[in-house]
Design a protein around this ligand. Structure first.
Ligand SMILES: C[S@@+](CC[C@H](N)C(=O)[O-])C[C@H]1O[C@@H](n2cnc3c(N)ncnc32)[C@H](O)[C@@H]1O
Length: 234
């Protein structure tokens, strides 16, 4: 492996590595592995391929693409080392603030945010989930990636429930039992129950890689916490 570039990031040092054997490129921020792709920019990460397939929002397919990242270095890294087309509109902003201020509607919204100290449950609070669904066209879809440590993490279910509002519904793609895994939450217009299940099952077969598809379990962020009174025995 050789180092192609080093940057000082907001949340830790950023390093871009290249494998001398495969020529694949790797992006590390602090201790966190952020990306891997071929030198021409094809992602090696199954979850990114799945996000691409779901949201149909690639510049190559003729859609206008807007990219938001709070770290300006990410755009430089993406354009210099990961094949991001130079003409894509880039906004340096926190994704929540960007969504709250944006007034346009989109065919697809793909959200892949994270890094050192990032907390999905806090960042994707009910107001942010609402900003996501509010910025979609009536037939639009959103997909978001999150990192989950264990099966006991309730954040995917909370966020997914909060994304199921109005005419939108959501599904969770997961690998239950794996530690520190990617979980994808797909949000799409509510179809008839059977049609929706059929569509999502067909989609998950297309993308492969053994994802398990399920609906969110309640509760959402909005539910009150359960308080358990434990009696003292001594
Ligand atoms: C996992 S990387 C994205 C990888 C990319 N999707 C790919 O295909 O390789 C996560 C990105 O989220 C950005 N990020 C983290 N927190 C953010 C926030 N609050 N608002 C906007 N961007 C954020 C980081 O700077 C980093 O570039």
């Amino acid at each position: 492996m050789k180092i192609l570039g080093r940057y000082t990031g907001k949340l830790g040092d950023i390093a871009i590595w290249e494998s001398e054997k495969t020529r694949d490129r790797f992006y590390l921020e602090g201790e966190i592995f952020q990306s891997q792709s071929s030198a021409t920019g094809e992602s090696r990460l199954p979850y990114v391929k799945m996000m691409e397939a779901f949201s149909t929002m690639l510049a190559r397919s003729g859609k206008n693409v807007t990219v938001v990242d709070h770290n300006p270095v990410s755009f430089d890294v993406a354009k210099r080392f990961f094949g991001m087309p130079k003409e894509i509109s880039c906004f340096v902003e926190d994704f929540k603030e960007y969504l709250a201020a944006e007034t346009r509607s989109f065919d697809g919204i793909a959200i892949d945010v994270g890094g050192p100290g990032f907390c999905y449950e806090e960042q994707f609070d009910p107001a942010t989930c609402h900003s996501i669904t509010a910025r979609l066209k009536p037939s639009g879809r959103a997909i978001l990636n999150m990192l989950v440590a264990t099966d006991f993490d309730a954040a995917p279910d909370m966020i997914s429930s909060d994304l199921s509002e109005g005419h939108m519904t959501s599904w969770i793609f997961d690998h239950p039992g794996r530690l520190n895994r990617n979980v994808l939450i797909a949000c799409l217009p509510r179809l008839r129950r059977a049609a929706s299940r059929h569509y999502m099952a067909k989609f998950s077969k297309t993308v492969g890689c053994g994802w398990v598809l399920r609906r969110p379990r309640q509760p959402s962020h909005g539910n009150r916490p359960v308080v358990v009174d434990i009696a003292r025995t001594s």
